[in-house]
Write a protein that binds this ligand. Structure first.
Ligand code: N7H
Length: 475
């Protein structure tokens, strides 16, 4: 049976629209008193920001631009982990093959084997809190600290002793002209897929994806055997990613070819210049940085499947969304990204010593209807995989390497987020006069995963019907 038409009042706002934010608090909690918690959820639900509300808030921000004074805006969204659903007694899997579903298995149990995260073994990097059972994630967005504190206090008051805090982390956008830039200095959050029936028009270079790539139960969702209450929910993948900024910048400066402009080598690692201009459109010099900010231009490009002359095959943007690079549709691997930076700007001491002292980085969050096709695939099969991108899949079902490469000698790992086994040496194929062999060794990880989890963000109506009325569950 076809699902009813999509109702934006019913889908949590961060999924389809994105909650406007200068700051964002992530509150990871454990449920202590399940039935009382379910009663309190009824009170929490009116605070949850829908996609309709997020759209209105987005417009209000746009209209407010250039005006004096602050615009007070708060957003709240909610999600359960697998352990959280279990805790409330909802043990049924959310897909037909739970053994292959990263959500069912949890990130904690799989991150070491699947992504080479340093969870327990070699040089442990995960925070202890992410090694505990996390049941729910509530995140709060706002225009200023007062809004965040006020809204979080309201949420805490409603849930009271029914929950216990596991970790509270807070992100904030960077100051001044670095506002949309992450800590390495690159303009971020530029390229997102457009969703059919939600986004009205395409920006140049953008493509529509089916609603079901992001929402469960909608056309395009490849998951089978889903419980009916999962309709219009989405899986949320969260990663706490620390970034070593002076160390990264020193490496970039060291490898930058002598005659090239500053940060050319960094642009080769990322696939875009710091301004956001795609390397493909400005392969040797960022002569018009205004392109990076201009939505009519900053996504209007493709990769040449047979060449990395304009942009290395293993550049971060090419690894994580290869566009027309592999001659097969990659639509099922699209995700909607909603990250925010965290931590302070570099201190004078860090600038002088060229060593990271304070923790800073990215609170990475993305949505998809299948984690195995989305975040998990991108990190494991693309970013960490030395042989990706390949040219195409051959008739025997095996990937055919790019010209000049083989199964053993591929384009390398993603220089930004690729992770090697046991923190081993990573390498990437870039023509570079400081590395004449063309293989640049990336001596360390500058992005370090310190934990994360998979969550499910239900529709607002199902949050109410299925989870917030214990009497029904007991029937
Ligand atoms: Fe990435 N960076 O600053 O280098 N990312 N990312 N990312 N990322 C993108 O196009 C960055 C991370 C994707 O459509 C840009 O919006 C950093 C993870 C995808 O062309 C920049 C970190 C995953 C895209 C960065 C980080 C992804 C993308 C260009 C961690 C998923 C869209 C701006 C600290 C596994 C590609 C833009 C496209 C773009 C950076 C994490 C995925 C500048 C520093 C974990 C799909």
């Amino acid at each position: 049976m076809a699902p009813p038409p999509l109702n934006l009042d019913d889908v949590q706002g961060d999924i389809l629209i994105g909650l406007p934010k200068r700051l964002e608090a992530y509150w990871f909690i454990e449920i202590k008193k399940p039935s009382e918690f379910q009663k309190q959820l009824l009170e929490l639900i009116p605070l949850i920001t829908s996609s309709t509300q997020a759209k209105n808030d987005e417009k209000a921000c746009f209209d407010h631009r250039g005006n004096d004074g602050d615009l007070t805006l708060a957003g709240v969204n909610f999600a359960f982990s697998r352990k959280g659903l279990d805790e409330l007694g909802f043990k049924e899997p959310l897909s037909k093959e739970p053994q292959n579903d990263p959500f069912e298995k949890t990130m904690l149990a799989t991150a070491e084997a699947d992504f080479n995260d340093r969870v327990h073994g070699f040089n442990k990097a995960w925070f202890k809190e992410f090694k505990q059972e996390i049941h729910c994630l509530i995140f709060i967005t706002g225009d200023c600290q007062d809004t965040i504190d006020f809204t979080l206090a309201k949420v805490k008051k409603i849930l009271g002793v029914t929950v216990q805090e596991i970790k509270l982390v807070q992100g904030k956008v960077r100051p001044g002209d670095q506002m949309h830039h992450e800590h390495f200095g690159y303009n971020d959050g530029i390229s997102q897929p457009a969703i059919k029936g939600v986004d009205q028009k395409l920006l140049p270079g953008q493509e529509f994806i089916d609603q079901g790539i992001i929402l469960l139960g909608r056309p395009g969702d490849r998951g089978q055997g889903r419980p009916s209450w999962t309709l219009d929910g989405s899986f949320l993948a969260f990663r706490y990613l620390s970034q070593e900024v002076p160390e990264f910048q020193d490496f970039v400066d060291d490898k930058n070819p002598h005659e090239a402009p500053k940060d050319f080598f960094g642009a080769q690692l990322v696939g875009r210049w710091k301004s956001g201009t795609p390397l493909v459109l400005a392969p040797t010099v960022d002569s018009d940085p205004s392109i990076g900010k201009n939505p009519q231009q900053n996504n209007k490009f493709d990769y040449d499947p047979h060449s990395q002359k304009l942009c290395p095959y293993a550049a971060h943007t090419r690894k994580t969304f290869p566009r027309g690079d592999i001659q097969q549709s990659v639509a099922i691997h699209r995700i909607v990204r909603r990250a925010i930076t965290f931590g302070e700007e570099l201190t004078p001491e860090e600038i002088k010593s060229r060593k990271t002292k304070l923790d800073r980085g990215l609170l990475f969050k993305c949505y998809q209807s299948n984690i195995a096709d989305g975040f998990h695939f991108i990190q494991r099969i693309w970013a960490n995989n030395n042989t990706f991108p390949f040219l195409k899949i051959g008739e025997d079902g095996k990937p055919i390497p790019k010209p000049g490469f083989s199964d053993e000698n591929g384009p390398g790992v993603d220089g930004i987020i690729g992770q090697a086994e046991k923190g081993g040496v990573r390498q990437m194929d870039i023509l570079n006069d400081n590395d004449p062999a063309g293989k640049v060794k990336l001596p360390k990880e500058w992005v370090i995963s310190r934990g994360g989890e998979y969550f499910f963000s239900p529709s607002i109506s199902q949050l109410k019907k299925k989870f917030a009325s214990p009497s029904k569950n007991e029937l």
